[in-house]
Design a protein around this ligand. Structure first.
Ligand code: HEM
Length: 707
């Protein structure tokens, strides 16, 4: 759908001529390309002459593959950034997109089409490189199909292509902010698959390498793409930059830190020390990226000190808005050229051979695990051991920081946030850390018994702590509301998710019970368990699955956050007791089984200690059975406390109603329904008061219709 069909267009009054914007865009593309070529030549990633008789894909593939990758990166960043600009940065006065956001989405659809074509080109050229044949000779459906279906690189490109098609469709058909926000989320997910394969996947510390690269690419894309989106909006003469620029500045600050930390971690994994920084081409290019980040930091500093205050302060007059939009565009365009050069450098780096010695010293166990086999478990190794799992580490850092940030926002507003919730949240994160990246997490890769303890903690202890931390309530209070009257801000988007049908379906008490129970049997009594144990990502997926399903189950049982299903305490206890026999039966089946689960995996490890695999498995079943009691006690305690509190509230309600009735009788007047009579009604009243507050603020800030 085009912008014109979504509503009347605002007359174009561009502070930056179209030709000037196009010149900057072309400059960025050329600089990125030149930097890429130079890096390939200097770093050793350029196509090398192949001795006669050996297969040679030819120069089209040798040069074309990194160029296609560069095009894909830049187009992906543009798509993400334009969708983000339309959904979150530029305010729309209602759910239907305003003129400028609608045009940003139309442009995002074009960028996504370029992204898709670049991914297709990458797929063909990768087959050509693998087979050592020119691209013309590999355009065979059977070859392409087996590449896409049977290799990890091929599968990653296929998943990415499918997701990019979804982005194209959403961007072409979206007419509301919600649909654009969904498109933006899908575009972000589409960035991840290639990060999980390729260079990063072939190093030791596999999870750390791939997770840090995924975070790096996501943060860089939001940062670069968001700025590109804003620069485009400034060039169009948007009069809402005073809303968009401060919000982008906050997002960019987080992205800067995430890019720096993940980049350094990723480089650390590849280089395994400081020496190769000065002695290898790869190390030298990493230093060039640090220099680029420093330069971009200087731009960011300028924006914060001068740009953002200027845009806000001079928004009162049309000439002031025009002038600041022009200035903002010029600084942002220069910054984008440096960013484009850095992306060219990044793609060149990803084709540069890592220094020798960075590869992990291989043993059968290290091949499977991505780290050396630990010694026999001891109190010390269980407490102090650790495993570099980048996904768990990322989750921990993000969960800890966001919660702390949420509390700060709530307290700044003068509201209190109960300490019990804080303790519960952070205690759950400590247990999560131990079961994933700590000593227990380390042994969960090599011993079934340790795996079972980790499983029980992740599915039954961590989730209880997390849901008692009330993260959704905290987010609802801390997230910003609308900046102009009627806007769907981050808080309204979260609310839309909570009120959506899919959320209602996945939190249905019977479904969560079925998921909680079926997960156990479907995982351990099918070939799923050996398959997942064999794969690094499979292990990570298992850990997150345990936590996610546990969170759903305990959210329904003891959650503090509002739920679409209000079930009385007695029914919650019933739900808990319904799950218990299945759990006990599962543990007994493991304890008494005479078949080792995932035998090929555990035998291939050649574990030098605790060599009785079946004995270890029986121990795991026993631990699982015993540990099943712990959450039951926790949950019963929490439900009884909540029950007692709701009884107390009910008693208070009757007292108030009786008081009011008595007053009415004595005064002969009518009273309102009492506040606090129903927790959900209270919560809705609270949200309504927030909305009224936001609307007042927005009205005071901006009376006009934004574009
Ligand atoms: C402290 C600064 C930085 C360091 C240490 C760093 C390090 C790295 C490393 C080690 C990789 C993996 C390359 C490989 O696969 O071998 C990478 C990839 C990447 N970096 Fe950075 N980086 C930094 C800053 C940046 C910045 C500022 C940007 C963008 C504005 C950026 C964008 C990217 C992108 C897009 C990739 C993925 C390239 C690809 O796989 O095609 N990086 N970076």
């Amino acid at each position: 759908m085009t912008a014109t069909s979504r509503g009347p267009r605002v007359a174009r009054d561009r502070p930056v001529p179209r030709a000037a914007s196009l010149r900057w865009a072309a400059l960025g593309a050329v600089v990125a390309l030149v930097v890429l070529v130079v890096v390939l030549l200097v770093g050793g990633g350029a196509p090398q002459p192949v001795p006669d008789g050996l297969p040679d894909p030819g120069p089209v593939t040798g040069w074309g593959l990194p160029v296609a990758r560069l095009l894909a990166e830049l187009a992906a960043m543009a798509s993400v950034g334009l969708l983000l600009t339309a959904a979150l940065l530029l305010p729309s006065p209602r759910d239907a997109l305003a003129d400028l956001p609608a045009r940003a989405v139309a442009l995002a659809a074009r960028a996504a089409t370029v992204w898709l074509l670049a991914v297709v080109a990458e797929a063909v050229l990768t087959v050509s490189e693998i087979l050592g044949a020119p691209p013309g000779q590999v355009l065979d459906p059977t070859l392409l199909r087996s590449f896409l279906g049977q290799t990890s690189d091929g599968r990653a490109l296929l998943v990415q292509a499918v997701l990019v098609v979804v982005v194209c469709v959403l961007a072409r058909t979206a007419t509301t902010t919600r649909a654009v926000a969904l498109g933006c989320v899908v575009a972000l997910v589409a960035l991840v698959p290639p990060a999980l394969t390729g260079h990063a996947a072939s190093t030791g510390s596999h999870e750390l390498a791939v997770a840090s690269l995924a975070v790096h690419v996501l943060a860089a894309s939001v940062w670069v793409g968001g700025l590109a989106g804003l620069a485009w909006a400034a060039a169009q003469g948007s009069d809402t930059l005073r809303h968009a620029v401060p919000r982008y500045s906050t997002v960019a600050g987080w992205c800067f830190v995430a890019v720096a930390v993940s980049g350094v971690v990723n480089a650390g994994v590849r280089l395994q020390g400081f020496t190769p920084l000065g002695t290898s081409a790869y190390g030298g290019l990493v230093l060039a990226k640090v220099a680029a980040l420093t330069a971009l930091g200087a731009f960011g500093w300028h924006h914060r000190r001068r740009g953002v205050p200027d845009v806000v302060a001079r928004a009162g007059t049309a000439s002031g808005r025009r002038e600041t939009a022009r200035l903002f565009f010029t600084v942002a365009a220069a910054e984008l050229v440096v960013m484009a050069a850095t992306v060219g450098l990044a793609v060149g780096l990803s084709r540069t051979p890592t220094p020798p010695g960075a590869a992990l010293a291989r043993s059968p166990a290290a091949e499977l695990l991505g780290f050396p086999m630990p010694g026999p478990p001891s109190l010390r190794s269980l407490l102090l051991g650790w495993v570099p799992d980048g996904f768990a580490l990322t989750f921990l850092v993000v969960a800890a920081l966001l919660y702390a940030r949420g509390i700060r926002s709530v307290r700044r507003r003068g509201d209190a946030w109960p300490w019990g919730r804080v303790v519960s949240w952070y205690a759950a994160l400590v247990v999560f850390a131990w079961a994933t990246i700590g000593g227990l997490g380390l042994y969960s890769h090599v011993m079934f018994s340790a795996h079972m303890v980790a499983h029980m903690l992740l599915s039954m202890v961590v989730p209880i702590g997390l849901v008692l931390g009330a993260p959704v309530t905290l987010a609802m209070r801390a997230l910003p509301g609308p900046r102009v009257r009627g806007e769907l801000g981050p808080r309204q988007l979260l609310l839309a998710v909570l009120h959506s049908r899919p959320f209602r379906v996945v939190t249905h008490p019977l479904l969560v019970l079925a998921l909680f129970v079926a997960s156990l049997y479907a995982l351990y009594f099918t070939p799923l368990f050996p398959t997942l144990m064999h794969s690094h990502l499979g292990h990570v997926a298992m850990e997150f699955h345990f936590v996610a399903v546990g969170c759903l189950f305990f959210f329904v049982l003891v959650g503090i956050d509002p739920t679409p299903w209000r079930i009385p305490p007695i029914a919650r206890i019933g739900l808990l007791f319904a799950a218990m026999p299945f759990h006990a039966f599962f543990s007994i089946a493991i304890m008494s089984g005479d078949r080792v689960l995932a035998p090929a995996y555990f035998r291939a490890l050649h574990r030098p200690f605790s060599t009785d695999l079946l004995g270890d498995q029986h121990l795991g079943g026993g631990i699982g059975w015993a540990m099943g009691e712990l959450p039951i006690l926790l949950v019963l305690g929490a439900v009884f406390v909540q029950w007692a509190r709701s009884d107390q509230r009910e008693a208070d309600r009757f007292d108030r109603v009786a008081d009011r009735a008595q007053r009415r009788t004595s005064l002969g007047g009518a009273g309102d329904a009492p506040a606090g009579s129903d927790p959900l009604a209270d919560y809705n009243a609270y949200l309504a008061s927030l909305a009224a507050h936001d609307a007042r603020d927005a009205g005071a800030r901006d009376g006009g219709t934004p574009r």
